[in-house]
Design a protein around this ligand. Structure first.
Ligand SMILES: *[C@@H]1O[C@H](CO)[C@@H](O)[C@H](O)[C@H]1NC(C)=O
Ligand SMILES: *[C@@H]1O[C@H](CO)[C@@H](O)[C@H](O)[C@H]1NC(C)=O
Length: 201
């Protein structure tokens, strides 16, 4: 059976695998809930002594640190997984390195274009961008940060020749797609509200 032969390359006995599944799901859930509680209750701003800019920095540091922890867990998990023979070729490794490179260019260039508050959900704090960023990398894809991050996950999986890593990347893709379903209409709403209030001024 196909699923059986595939599962042969997923070592379910490694606790690190479950940590990876959990941390991949946890991060977007954390920042969605944190951003919502900021928008609804100013929870993080209060935590930062009433300064919303500091609040946003606090969230930025938390999300960034959680990302580093998650990446470390992911890598550790892949090291514990078997190498799939079809992924064991040098070409696959090269493709993996390329994906990591391109993915990081997308992530870092969008951070550069958006700045700290634009990257880390500043709009939920009432810190809005003056205008929509349309230059690179936003002229390549609508969600360069998510697309880039997904590419880094896939690239790392290929680098390790890990089928488990490819499956975990699908998990990442699902988590990001779900979180975008919450984020995109919310961001659109916040900017539409500003549009409204600037009209009535
Ligand atoms: C995106 O913008 C950059 C410069 O900002 C440009 O070099 C590049 O060709 C553009 N890409 C697309 C697909 O339009
Ligand atoms: C990646 O990019 C495509 C095309 O722009 C988009 O449809 C998809 O939702 C994006 N999301 C993620 C998480 O990669």
């Amino acid at each position: 059976m196909l699923s059986e032969s595939l599962l042969q390359w997923v070592d379910l006995n490694q606790p690190s695998l479950y940590w990876a599944v959990a941390s991949i799901a946890f991060n977007p859930i954390f920042w969605t809930i944190a951003a919502r509680s900021e928008y609804n209750h100013k929870a993080i701003t209060k935590l930062a002594g009433g300064n919303r800019l500091y609040g946003c920095y606090l969230l930025a540091i938390s999300i960034f640190s959680l990302g580093i922890v998650r990446d470390f867990i992911y890598k550790t998990a892949l090291e514990h997984q078997p190498v799939h023979p079809l992924l064991a070729y040098g070409e696959v490794k090269l493709l993996g390195a390329l994906l990591v490179l391109v993915g990081n260019v997308l992530v870092l260039s969008s951070m550069y274009a958006l700045g700290v508050t634009g990257t880390y959900l500043g709009d939920y704090f009432g810190i809005l961008m003056d205008e929509r960023v349309t230059g690179f990398p936003f002229n390549v894809t609508d969600n360069p940060m998510y697309n880039g991050s997904t590419m880094v996950f896939l690239g790392t999986a290929l680098w390790y020749g890990s089928l488990t890593g490819v499956l975990l990347t699908i998990h990442v893709l699902i988590a990001y797609t779900l979180v975008l379903k919450f984020e995109e209409p919310f961001t659109a709403k916040i900017y539409a509200e500003r549009e409204e209030s600037s009209k009535t001024k």
